[in-house]
Design a protein around this ligand. Structure first.
Ligand code: ATR
Length: 286
């Protein structure tokens, strides 16, 4: 999707995939810096490791404790750090890695753009309290949801996540009020969000316990899983009349944000439709 976007914007850039063992991540980052890469993305398990290795952290990475996007920057004579793309022929002597996280923002934009959910004031059931669940819970709370119902197979992990969200958002008077609890609600909700890994494998069942919560209680259902394009949860949600979206949008929007960080393109000018088409072709084409 990035190469399609570079072509669309007329940039002579390339996005390449490299398999790096965690033990050599530091060397790989130093190598990319030495080769004057514009930037890079990291995926599991490197996101947490890179957090401790980058030279500077953006607020987005600090808040999530993980880095999925790095931009390399050079220091100009006056002491200011600028993206490497700003240096023409004179390669700067001093280069640093600057870590960002675009995952949470990708999720929030996708929920709004792909599913039409207005997060401020929304009532949400969140399934999953692992890494993805934690990111989703914090982003939902930050976006001003009114109710957040946390559900997880291992209940004490949901309880732990509840404490994390409460300590991040409920002690500060200026933060929007969010009511967080563990377990399914009896009332109707605006959104059910799956952040578990259940649904990735063909034999997986649905992460939602329909004996405790009916899909008729939900207006919209989002599955962070993007392959398969339609999980059992999404199929059931569609049948129950809910609006639905899979996780491809989150993948595309986190990429769009990274593209914006690397290239300096404003978000509204990032060719998101081109990126989505390219991602769909590469992920779903037989
Ligand atoms: P990720 O980074 O994708 O979130 P993770 O941190 O390993 O991965 O979290 C996986 C999530 O999927 C957890 O919420 C996990 O529930 P537990 O905390 O009870 O392990 C959930 N999950 C995985 N397999 C599951 C299954 N078979 N049934 C229900 N939930 C499952």
């Amino acid at each position: 999707m990035h190469n399609a976007a570079f072509a669309e914007r007329g940039l002579n850039w390339r996005y390449l995939a490299f398999e790096v063992v965690p033990e050599q991540l530091r060397e790989a980052l130093e190598g990319a810096k030495a080769m004057r890469f514009a930037g890079l993305n990291l995926t599991v398990p490197h996101k947490l490791l890179a957090y401790k290795m980058v030279d500077a952290l953006d607020e987005s990475a600090k808040f999530w404790g993980a880095v999925n996007t790095i931009r390399f920057e050079g220091r100009v004579a006056g002491g200011e750090w600028l993206p490497l793309r700003e240096f023409d022929k004179d390669s700067p002597a001093e280069v640093r890695s600057h870590g960002f996280n675009t995952d949470a923002e990708g999720l929030a934009i996708s929920l709004q753009q792909d599913l039409g959910v207005e997060l401020a004031g929304a009532k949400v059931v969140l399934l999953g309290a692992g890494g993805a669940g934690r990111t989703a819970a914090l982003k939902l709370a930050e976006s001003g949801v009114a109710e957040l119902h946390l559900v997880n197979r291992t209940q004490n992990k949901a309880e732990e996540l509840l404490s994390v969200v409460k300590s991040a958002f409920m002690v500060k008077a200026h933060q929007p009020h969010v009511h967080v609890s563990v377990g399914y609600p009896k009332s109707e909700v605006d959104l059910v969000l799956n952040a578990t890994s259940l649904g990735l494998k063909p034999e997986d069942g649905s992460p939602l316990d329909e004996t405790k919560f009916s899909l008729k209680q939900a207006r919209a259902v989002y599955d962070m899983i993007y392959k398969p394009a339609e999980t059992k949860l999404l199929a059931a949600a569609k049948a129950a009349g809910c609006r639905t979206a899979g996780g491809l949008g989150m993948l595309v929007w986190q990429g769009a944000r990274a593209f914006s960080i690397w290239t300096g393109t404003e978000m509204q000018d990032v060719p998101v439709a081109v990126m989505r088409r390219a991602a769909e072709q590469s992920i779903y084409a037989k």
